[in-house]
Design a protein around this ligand. Structure first.
Ligand SMILES: *[C@@H]1O[C@H](CO)[C@@H](O)[C@H](O)[C@H]1NC(C)=O
Ligand SMILES: *[C@@H]1O[C@H](CO)[C@@H](O)[C@H](O)[C@H]1NC(C)=O
Length: 447
């Protein structure tokens, strides 16, 4: 008995001492690993910065105008908060915006999958994902081993070195056990299948570059516990719990998110923080969620002044509350989006964020005190926020919606380009966003 007790004490003593040492060591080497990556990412972010963002804005607006010249005028009710009424569009292929026109009506889109790599517009236009890599077919929806993921799973695909174009053998639902930590030069291309990432952890794009995520549904993402997770073929380490962002872009650049359907996350749907830049979020459909898009996570992250993000052709739909987006510091082009519901506000910001709102349609909720599109965080006095450039141009306001602009409209040469080329007007937003969200595409016919 006594001996057993002594052995037990000995066991506890040794183990008690050993576990923290092991964990500590692991955490230390992890720290070094992540610090190195953070430093590299920072350098790259600074290089990705465009000194003339007005040119990027003007170029997208010009292409949108051209795309509209080729698309038949839309007859659908333009000011209705209810959109397609659940009805599927059955006419000939209609691609109304410059991104969709690049690929959607090509009956051979599936044979020419990688042509899509050249379709991004706006600040994320250089994201080519896995264009120069092989195709990887995900055949297995399971996600059971975080350290040695099984070949054929999405987790196995995203940790591979080198460029990879990831597609799916069939429709599937994937519940991620932990954050899906992506590496650079990857495309997740859900076209041709209905891929549902739901009920588990979300996608993490941390200190990487050149990622495309397209045509999937992401719903009911919840916080995860953390633990050992592999983030590349040559490294795995301990991750602390994740908040439950559906997509978290952290210190990364050249990211394009297109045709996603997103809803009901426990934290943000898409967060772009730590200076993440050169990002386009397009053709997506957001519903049933509180904090939709966060650009810039903390007041102290000065690197966020390098953020340059395009939000175009999205539908902000039913039961959304706030942050479409909520911005800190950087430069944000919100163009030709359809805002049909919000419960608190649509666009928020602080810390001198620059917001260029062009050609959006804003339909206010039936709440008399929630008609204002814009929201400045309460800690900034009016004398301060009056200096922030928040510009509205060719937007359409319905049901009492209004936008409080600020800043000097004649300031910064940056905006000279905006004067020359006008955005497509908000009255054409229904047409431009009509196919927002994940769409069902079949091989051999236009999508
Ligand atoms: C991604 O691809 C680019 C272009 O081929 C290359 O320069 C870069 O090193 C790649 N990044 C990584 C992390 O492999
Ligand atoms: C839409 O337009 C019709 C007629 O033009 C008007 O009666 C109605 O109030 C408008 N709806 C909204 C949501 O603004």
């Amino acid at each position: 008995m006594g001996k057993t007790l002594i052995s037990w004490f000995l066991f506890c003593f040794i183990f008690g001492a050993l576990i923290p040492t092991l964990m500590g060591k692991n955490a230390d080497s992890d720290d070094v690993w992540w610090r190195k990556r953070a430093a590299l990412a920072r350098e790259r972010i600074l290089k990705a910065y465009k000194p003339n963002p007005g040119d990027v804005v003007a170029e997208l607006n010009q292409k949108t105008q051209q795309a509209l010249e080729h698309s038949p005028a839309e007859t659908a009710p333009r000011n209705s908060t209810r959109r397609n009424l659940g009805k599927k569009y059955l006419g000939p292929c209609l691609a109304t915006n410059p991104i969709d026109r690049c690929w959607r009506c090509d009956p051979n889109w599936a044979k020419n999958r990688k042509r899509y790599a050249n379709c991004a517009q706006g600040f994320g236009a250089n994201a080519i994902g896995g264009k120069y890599g092989p195709i990887y077919v995900v055949t297995d929806s399971s996600d059971n081993d975080m350290v040695n993921p099984k070949p054929g799973t999405l987790r196995h695909a995203v940790i591979q070195p080198g460029p990879l174009w990831i597609i799916f053998s069939q429709s599937m639902t994937i519940r991620l056990n932990q954050e899906l930590i992506m590496t650079s030069n990857k495309t997740i291309d859900g076209r041709g299948a209905m891929v549902n990432i739901m009920g588990g952890a979300g996608i993490t794009i941390q200190y990487v570059h050149n990622v495309i995520i397209s045509n999937i549904k992401i719903t009911n993402i919840v916080a995860s516990n953390g633990g050992m997770i592999r983030d590349s073929v040559d490294h795995y380490g301990f991750r602390t719990p994740a908040d439950g962002d559906a997509i978290s872009i952290y210190g990364s650049h050249d990211v394009w998110i297109d045709h996603l359907s997103m809803s009901q996350g426990s934290d943000g749907l898409i967060d772009a923080v730590m200076g993440s830049t050169a990002i386009t979020i397009s053709n997506s459909h957001f519903v049933r969620h509180d904090k939709v898009l966060l650009f810039g996570g903390r007041n102290t992250d000065e690197i966020d002044s390098r953020m340059q993000i395009t939000v175009a052709f999205n539908h902000f739909g039913k039961k959304l509350v706030q942050r479409m987006p909520r911005c800190r510091r950087g430069f944000f082009h919100l163009v030709n989006n359809d805002y049909t519901h919000w419960e608190m506000y649509a666009i928020g910001g602080s810390h001198h964020a620059t917001i260029i709102s062009q050609g959006n349609r804003y339909i206010a909720p039936p709440l008399p005190d929630k008609k204002q599109v814009t929201h400045r965080e309460a800690d900034a006095p009016e004398s301060e926020w009056r200096k922030w450039t928040w510009l509205t141009d060719h937007d359409v306001f319905l049901a009492g919606a209004y936008f409080i602009p600020s800043g000097d409209p004649y300031g910064a040469a940056t905006f000279a380009a905006l004067e020359k080329i006008k955005p497509a007007p908000g009255s054409q937003v229904y047409q431009l966003t009509r196919f927002a969200g994940a769409i069902s595409c079949k091989e051999g016919i236009p999508c």
